[in-house]
Every structure is written in structure tokens, then in C-alpha cells.
Ligand binder design. Structure first.
Ligand SMILES: CC(C)(COP(=O)(O)OP(=O)(O)OC[C@H]1O[C@@H](n2cnc3c(N)ncnc32)[C@H](O)[C@@H]1OP(=O)(O)O)[C@@H](O)C(=O)NCCC(=O)NCCS
Length: 246
């Protein structure tokens, strides 16, 4: 088991990570962060659970992980290997699987999953290298490797390795920046995928416009042409609160 000195250093580094990377924690004292920040609680509980698991203590590691999950909404398997300075912002819904490995100074937002893809045994969760940021709701699935310094966009679904210092977005996740530059190639614009329905409607609208102009040139007013007798179905007023929300 690690000595008290090294445990204290890890705690200090975890608290410092929250102060450095959470804008809402600027000016907040270490003891307040230690008392209130759920991401910090989850990481500290994991460090204890992981040390007990390494020392082959039965039952207790899973119990600690379970209680931490109840209190924070963050589920970290006690066997997951987590480097120093992990910061989990907000945290609710974060899942870190048994064979996941996380390097130093990684940031995770709420709803991030470092999960497996099925029922396979062995190494089945992602490896995340140092200084990676993973946006809220992102799902990283399988024994993939996320290179150091990379950013994963919110709500991405990543199932392939991510090169270092890149930004990956979308489902499936694709790099939109590598070393600060857009990847080259005709199919590399994953941030602006085509919208075939919108393209079809634009095509029809432009065709109708051309036909109306051609008719007008022949002296026919397009408004006088009888149309389909089908009337659009009127929307019915609903009772209760507006379903559109607000
Ligand atoms: C991906 C992210 C980290 C930005 O990284 P970056 O390297 O600075 O990338 P950029 O902002 O330059 O964006 C690169 C491109 O990806 C697009 N993009 C960024 N995030 C995206 C996302 N989540 N989904 C889809 N596209 C995204 C941008 O529009 C941009 O498109 P462009 O090529 O037209 O410029 C950021 O957008 C993000 O998702 N952060 C997560 C933040 C979060 O979860 N906050 C929760 C707080 S509670």
C-alpha cells in the first residue's frame, strides 16, 4: 500500500486539479473543495478502494466504490488504474470500467463512459493518456487508446484509437483537428456532415422556382394551376402544459 506521504500528495494534486480546471472553483479554498466537490470525493474514494484491492483486501474495495457511486453518481471500478490529477467535473453519470487506464491530469465531464463493447473478458476498456479532456456525454468503448493531449467532443462515440494532440467529434468519432490542423482529404470534414433531406428539399424548391418562371414567361400564372386537393392536416390544440416545453 502507498505510504501516508504519497496519499497526501495525491489528495493535494486532485484538489489542485479542481482548482485549476473548474472555473467555478476559482478562489475556493482546498478544504471547501474537499468537502463539497463530488468529482473529488469519487476520485479519493477510488484511490482508497484501489489501494485496498491491490492489497487483496476482500469485499471492502467494492463496498467503497458502491457507496461512492451512491453519494456522487460516479461509478469507478476499484481495479481501474487512475493517474494523478484526474478531475471529474460535475460527474453525475460517469462510468469508468474495470480495465480502464487513465494517465495524469485528465479531465472528464459528466456522463462520460469509459466502457467495454460487449461481454469479452480481459482488457476491454479504454486507455487514456496524459492531459486528455473528454466532453460531457462522450462514450469511449473498447480497448482503444486516446493519445496524450487530445480532446474528445461532448456526446462523441469513440470506438477507434485517437492520435495524440487531436480533437475528435461525432458518432462515430473522427478527428477534426490533429496538432491544431484540419486533417486533409475529401471525406475528412466530420464536423459538417451532409444533410440529405435538407439538400433534397432545396433541390425541389429550386426546381419549382425554375418551373414557375418558365410558366410565367409563357403568360401562365402559377397560382391559377389547380393543385392537389389534399389539404394539410390541421394541428389540434393540446390541453395542459405546452409540449414544446419552455
Ligand atoms: C471538442 C472541444 C473540446 C473543443 O476542442 P477544440 O480542439 O478547441 O476544437 P474546436 O472548438 O476548434 O472545434 C473543432 C471543430 O469541431 C466542432 N465541434 C466541437 N465540439 C463538437 C462536438 N461536441 N460535436 C460536434 N462538433 C464539435 C467545432 O464546431 C469545430 O468545427 P469547425 O471545423 O467548423 O471549426 C469542445 O467543443 C467540447 O466538446 N468540449 C466539451 C465541453 C463539455 O463537455 N462541457 C461540459 C461543461 S458542463
Amino acid at each position: 500500500m502507498p505510504g501516508l506521504g504519497s496519499v497526501w500528495n495525491e489528495i493535494r494534486r486532485d484538489v489542485h486539479a479542481a482548482q485549476a480546471r473548474d472555473p467555478a472553483a476559482r478562489g475556493v479554498g482546498s478544504s471547501e473543495i474537499l468537502a463539497i466537490w463530488p468529482g473529488v470525493h469519487a476520485v479519493l474514494a477510488h484511490r482508497v478502494a484501489h489501494a485496498l484491492l491491490e492489497a487483496r483486501v476482500p469485499f471492502l474495495p467494492r463496498l467503497i466504490a458502491g457507496v461512492a457511486r451512491l453519494l456522487t453518481g460516479i461509478e469507478i471500478h476499484p481495479a481501474a488504474r487512475i493517474g494523478r490529477g484526474l478531475f471529474i467535473d460535475h460527474g453525475m453519470g460517469v462510468v469508468i470500467g474495470e480495465t480502464a487506464e487513465i494517465g495524469e491530469d485528465v479531465t472528464l465531464y459528466q456522463g462520460v463512459t469509459l466502457g467495454g463493447t460487449g461481454f469479452a473478458c480481459g482488457k476491454r476498456h479504454p486507455t487514456v493518456e496524459d492531459n486528455v479532456t473528454i466532453g460531457s456525454g462522450a462514450k469511449l468503448l473498447g480497448p482503444i487508446r486516446v493519445g496524450h493531449g487530445s480532446k474528445i467532443g461532448a456526446n462523441s462515440v469513440v470506438i477507434h484509437d485517437v492520435p495524440p494532440n487531436s480533437t475528435v467529434v461525432g458518432n462515430p468519432g473522427h478527428p477534426v483537428r490533429i496538432d491544431g490542423r484540419r486533417p486533409e482529404g475529401p471525406d475528412a470534414d466530420w464536423a459538417h456532415l451532409p444533410d440529405p433531406i435538407s439538400d433534397a428539399i432545396k433541390g425541389l424548391a429550386s426546381r419549382i422556382g425554375a418551373l414557375e418562371r418558365a410558366l410565367a414567361e409563357r403568360g401562365v400564372d402559377p397560382a391559377t394551376i389547380p393543385g392537389d386537393e389534399h389539404e394539410p392536416t390541421p394541428l389540434h390544440a393540446t390541453r395542459g402544459p405546452n409540449p414544446a416545453g419552455g
